[in-house]
Structures are given as C-alpha cells and as structure tokens.
Design a protein around this ligand. Structure first.
Ligand SMILES: NCc1[nH]cc(CCC(=O)O)c1CC(=O)O
Length: 312
C-alpha cells in the first residue's frame, strides 16, 4: 500500500477546531514526514446557531457539513471532538474512525474573573452554560448558584462573560488549552464535582471507509488506551440512546498497562434532584460490553424516564 502524497483535512473555522487540526498535522508530520497536509474550511449549522441546540434539527449540528466534505471527496480526513459526535446512530455510511488520539484532560474548569473557586462563589452568581449536564450537577452540588444560557465557541463565551452576560463560566480544560487560554482557569473541577461528558478530551480521526491509503497513514496516531475508553463510553451512550442534550455524564479510565478498564457514569434530572450512578470494572469483559453493562445498570435504576423527559 502506497502512502498518499497529500491529506486534505476538513475543519470548522473556530479557534478550537483549527488547533485540533494543527495537533493532527504536527503528529502526522512526525510520523510521516513525506505526507503533505492542507486544511479545507467549512462552517456548520451548529457554528451559526446561537439559540437552544435542540432547536436545530438536533443531532449532528456540528458534524453534518464535515461529513459531507469527506463523502464528496473534497477532503480526506476529519478531526472531531468525540464529545460532539452522536452515539444514538451509526457514523454516516461510507465513513469510519481511523484513530482516537491520546486523550487530553477530561475535566471542566471554572472561569471567574474575580478568581474565586466554585465553593467561594456568592449566592446568585450567574454561571454561563447551556449544557444540561453542567446545569444539573451544579444544581445538585451548589443550589445557591444560578445558570444562564450561553452558547457559542469558547472564545465567544469569554467575550460574553466580559460583556457581563454571566459572572462565571464552565468550560472544558482541554478546550481552553487548545485555544491557548489555560490562563483564565480559576479552578479545575474534580470529576466527582462535575462528571465529564462521554468522549471528553478525545479527538477522533474520521476517513472514507474505502480510502485505505489515508486510513493506513493516520492509524498510527491512535492511542490504544484512549480507544478502549472511547469504545466503552460510546457503547454506553449508544445503549442509553443519549442525544446531544441528554442529562448523561460518564468517563472510562484505563488502569496501568491498559488493564482494569472502569466506567463510571450518571444520569440526572435537569434540576439535579435525582442523580443515578453506576461504576463498574471490565474485568474480562471487552470495552463495549462494559459500556453496555453500565447502561443496563442505570436503566434498571430508571434512567429511561429521566432521558426521555428532556426534549430533543
Ligand atoms: N461543545 C463544544 C465542545 N466540544 C468539545 C469541547 C471540549 C473539548 C473536548 O472535550 O474534546 C467543547 C467545549 C466545551 O465544552 O467547553
């Protein structure tokens, strides 16, 4: 199999998306110095929309135009945040994941211009977030704080914070590092305070299924532990039929040497009053079966009703 001379990478134009593509170009250049790369820009429905995400045809708002560029042959490779890829249906026909890059930090960060930590924030502090996952967990742990809806990429949210639309923000640590702004982080929240979303901090490389040249060239960028964790988390979300606005959180962890994979997950009501929890170890199960097992444990506790209670 010959290596391609050029790989065209489709990317959204947000600073975070472009930083993700730069990481892939750097890693690819180190692995295959002979392969050139080029960026093909697209704008997605999700990038344009500033309202409630559930209103924009719901699913795949950040991925549809990216998939189209890949399938039409305008580009050969797409870089996605796994967090943003729907798990309640298969990948678009004709495309496949070629690799999952080594996982970044899965945690969320508090950004408070006054430098306070979450526990120090006074009652009534307005936290800008439209995520049902963040809202529910905040309501459970810090019921005296308020949340205000906030959308847009991380850079825009920081502009809105400084314009006074909120008093503080919650954003992913990994995303802030990607856009070069870890300096704004006031506190990194533990996963016990704020359970991360499925796929947090993982970048997936997506190719056309029949493009074995590109698949072979980029598959060496994959990380085996991240692959196992992502398989467990995605199967969990798939079994629950979670959507982009689901009150679901969870993360898998690989033990040393790839052993002892565990998956901890929760499903909650948006008011944070009900939180279902499950935590299991794979033992001799494969990652996908672990994901299924944790999903079943939560379904037994009543997760279906909680998930279906949220419009999407
Ligand atoms: N919803 C947008 C989005 N998609 C992925 C990340 C963070 C990076 C990641 O987890 O890969 C973010 C920003 C955020 O939630 O703060």
């Amino acid at each position: 199999m010959s290596a391609p001379e050029l790989i065209r990478i489709v990317s959204r134009s947000s600073p975070m998306a472009l930083a993700q593509v730069e990481r892939v170009r750097t890693e690819l250049a180190a692995l295959h110095p002979g392969i050139a790369t080029e960026v093909v820009p697209v704008t997605t429905t999700g990038d344009r929309w500033m309202g409630d995400l559930s209103a924009v045809e719901g699913k795949g708002a950040f991925t549809k135009e990216v998939d189209a560029a890949l399938l039409s042959g305008e580009a050969d490779l797409a870089v996605h945040c796994v967090k943003d890829i729907p798990a309640d249906r298969p990948l678009p026909a004709g495309t496949t994941f070629a690799a999952f890059l080594k996982r970044d930090d899965v945690r969320d960060a508090l950004i408070h211009p006054g430098g306070l930590t979450l526990d120090e924030l006074p009652p009534g502090t307005r936290i800008g977030t439209s995520s049902v996952r963040r809202r529910a967990q905040l309501a459970a742990s810090h019921p005296h704080l308020e949340t205000v809806p906030m959308r847009g990429n991380a850079n825009r949210r920081m502009e809105k914070l400084h314009a006074g639309e909120a008093d503080a923000l919650l954003l992913a640590v990994s995303g802030l590092h990607r856009i070069g702004r870890p300096d704004v982080i006031t506190e990194v929240l533990s996963v016990d305070t704020m359970c991360p979303p499925i796929g947090a901090g993982v970048l997936a490389l997506q190719c056309r299924e029949d493009d074995t040249e590109t698949i072979d060239a980029v598959s060496g960028l994959g990380d085996p532990d991240t692959h196992r964790e992502t398989q467990a988390e995605r199967m969990f979300l798939h079994v629950l039929q979670g959507h982009c606005n689901s009150p679901i959180a969870g993360y898998a962890r690989s033990g040393r040497g790839g052993g002892d994979l565990s998956l901890r997950a929760c499903v909650f009501t948006p008011d944070g009053k009900t939180i279902l929890n499950a935590h299991e170890w794979a033992g001799r199960l494969d990652p996908a079966t672990l994901g299924t097992s944790v999903a079943v444990a939560l379904l037994r506790q009543g997760a279906r009703e909680l998930i279906d209670g949220i419009p999407h």
